[in-house]
Design a protein around this ligand. Structure first.
Ligand SMILES: Nc1ncnc2c1ncn2[C@@H]1O[C@H](COP(=O)(O)OP(=O)(O)OP(=O)(O)O)[C@@H](O)[C@H]1O
Length: 581
């Protein structure tokens, strides 16, 4: 039995409002027996989705109590992820996966079935029961609205939930599809004796298939009873007239009226017990296809592997992303080399004279002095260009990574996905890009210019760390942002400020340098790389063209690592926090 006692939800009023807070729900009390299919109806904005979220534990009520099978959901932990199925209004599947892949990945994230003999039969059963068997190979992107809703439902059936909450899975469909999905919900309600299925809907047209109907109005419960008594209660001829009728009294009056009469209507609900009987019958059915106990969650590493495998599949199929990554991987190092073309000659000449006394050479040859200045500018510029382009690639890797799939993440967390598993999968996925982009950039440029001064390994390490730092920070921004657009803009600003604030082009005033540098990854990678040349002739040349103080490679590596840690902490906190809106 699902029970609510005077449940209320009060939230801060929107900015600019005269009140301090608003009540989204007030004094909602209900009892829903098991094996029952209930519809929540009401005009737009009356609190249907809010009530569903409170029952699901996505939003916690500020007043009253909720009970499931005599467990107080406020006192004890929320429902076990395997006990709860929540189908949101929006699509919770990746566009580039097929229907079968989506269900299989949901199963792998939420159950221990993959690898067992039960996996295939269960997958087939879910495809069949939701009417998706013929669409198993079709990608989500091309599914119709109704098919996406069936898929949303299918993703929740992998665990045999006993509380299945559906937000508008029947809305906006043609009458035939609406009837089919309602019938499916009814079958699901009967399939498991412990199960309660609740569906939010706008439609008042086909409520007969439900065991009960709950009407919400302005955050209040104003009716909960059998569908056939709805017209009687509201004294209207057709159910479709109920919304108009509601406007004739205010919500408080409707609620008071309901409080007086509810025992009569609820008693009728419990007395008829058609649902419980049908459920008992379904349970004894010898053809019942699978056990109905909730599934156990898989291990964290198993979730990491599933997420990683899924992410690579999506990446491989996203031709635009693959093309962009390849273009940057090949194009950016070439760009650096093109800028260096004019300077390669003095660079090589200076390279050949490294063994000689550079000061003596300078005094002796005016030409050499000119070469040295030019070479210093080229070396500093090349390193900075490498670093900035690597950070640009890093921001492109990470900016949309979490914000772009936020609602899917929220749904999967509710289904038992570990935030740490999610974070590790992102680190492993993006780590490949960080290594490929920065190592290739460093090695390619070094080869073409005939060897930049200093230890190649130190410069490569700093490039990798600069890329890792920017990737982590942008991933953190992505996890904390409400939309992918916001995350992208913030990440672009961050990269845009790297060059002017790095001190490589213009020297910042001392007081500003100390305040800004800690935040500029490009400064540390550039500065540490230049300092790593301190035992070569180039260091003097580089010092001549920059007044910015240069730091040791060790300090640079330490600060960049700190950026990585901060970025990953932001990512963890941002991913763990709830962002359903
Ligand atoms: N976090 C929030 N802060 C402030 N107001 C909110 C919040 N969440 C929802 N609301 C408001 O609460 C009201 C009820 O929202 P809800 O989404 O539950 O309505 P609904 O009945 O499901 O509507 P619809 O049928 O249009 O989906 C709306 O006016 C909405 O703007």
């Amino acid at each position: 039995m699902l029970e609510a006692f005077n449940v209320g939800l009060e939230v801060d009023a929107p900015p600019g409002s005269e009140q301090e807070s608003v009540h989204l729900l007030r004094e909602v009390s209900l009892r829903v027996p098991q094996g029952h299919l209930m519809a929540i109806v009401g005009p737009s904005g009356c609190g249907k989705t809010t009530l569903l979220k409170v029952i699901a534990g996505i939003q916690e009520q500020t007043e009253g109590d909720l009970k499931w099978e005599d467990r107080d959901l406020k006192e004890e932990e929320d429902l076990h992820p395997g006990e709860l199925g929540y189908v949101p209004q929006f699509s919770v599947a990746h566009d580039l996966l097929t229907v079968e892949e989506c269900i299989a990945s949901s199963m792998a994230l939420r159950t221990q079935l993959p690898g067992t003999d039960d996996f295939e039969p269960k997958l087939d059963h879910i495809l069949n029961v939701t009417g998706l068997a013929d669409l198993a190979e079709r990608r989500v992107k091309v599914l119709s609205g109704g098919q996406k809703r069936r898929l949303g439902l299918a993703l929740e059936l992998v665990t045999n939930p006993c509380l299945l909450l559906c937000d508008e899975v029947t809305s906006g469909l043609d009458p035939k599809s609406e009837t089919e999905i309602t019938e499916l919900l009814r079958v699901l309600a009967r399939e498991n004796k412990r199960r309660v299925v609740i569906n939010v809907t706008h439609s008042l047209a086909s409520l007969e298939a439900f065991d009960s109907v709950l009407v919400m109005y302005q955050g209040r419960l104003v009716y909960h009873g059998a569908p056939k008594l709805l017209t009687h209660y509201f004294t209207v001829e057709h159910a479709e007239e109920v919304y108009l009728r509601l406007t004739q009294r205010d919500a408080q009056e409707w609620h008071e009226s309901w409080t007086k009469k509810r025992s009569y209507y609820e008693a009728m609900l419990f007395e008829s017990k058609p649902a419980a009987e049908e459920a008992a019958q379904a349970e004894t059915d010898p053809d019942a296809p699978h056990p109905l106990a909730p599934e156990e969650l898989p291990s964290m590493m198993s979730q990491v592997f599933t997420l990683l495998h899924r992410r690579w599949t999506i990446f491989r199929r996203d031709r635009g992303q693959v093309g962009l990554h390849l273009a940057m991987l090949i194009g950016f190092p070439l760009l650096v080399v093109i800028f260096a073309l004019d300077g390669i000659k003095p660079l090589k000449q200076l390279n050949q004279r490294q063994e000689t006394d550079i000061v003596y050479e300078m005094q002796r040859q005016a030409q050499h002095q000119f070469d040295q200045l030019q070479a210093g500018g080229i070396v500093s510029g090349l390193i900075m260009l490498q670093v900035v382009l690597v950070t640009l690639m890093a921001s492109n890797n990470a900016a949309r990574e979490i914000a772009g799939e936020r609602l899917i993440l929220e749904r999967e967390k509710l289904g038992g996905l570990s935030t740490l598993a999610y974070l590790i999968s992102k680190v492993l996925f993006l780590g490949v890009f960080v290594l490929a982009q920065s190592v290739w950039m460093g090695v390619f440029v070094d080869m073409v210019v005939g060897g930049l001064p200093g230890d190649l390994m130190v410069k490569l390490m700093l490039l990798v760390l600069a890329s890792a730092a920017m990737t982590s920070i942008c991933l953190g921004i992505s996890a904390l942002s409400r939309t992918p657009e916001k995350a992208t803009i913030l990440s672009i600003y961050l990269v845009g400020f790297q060059l002017p604030l790095s001190g490589a082009v213009l020297t910042l005033p001392d007081w500003l340098e100390g305040a800004v540098n800690p935040f500029i990854a490009a400064f540390w990678a550039w500065s540490g790389s230049l300092r790593s040349m301190s035992d070569t002739a180039f260091y003097d040349a580089v010092k001549k063209v920059t007044d910015t103080s240069l730091v040791s490679p060790e300090l640079a590596a330490f600060v960049l690592l700190a950026h990585v840690v901060i970025g990953l902490s932001m990512t963890y906190v941002g991913s763990k926090g709830s962002q359903w809106e």
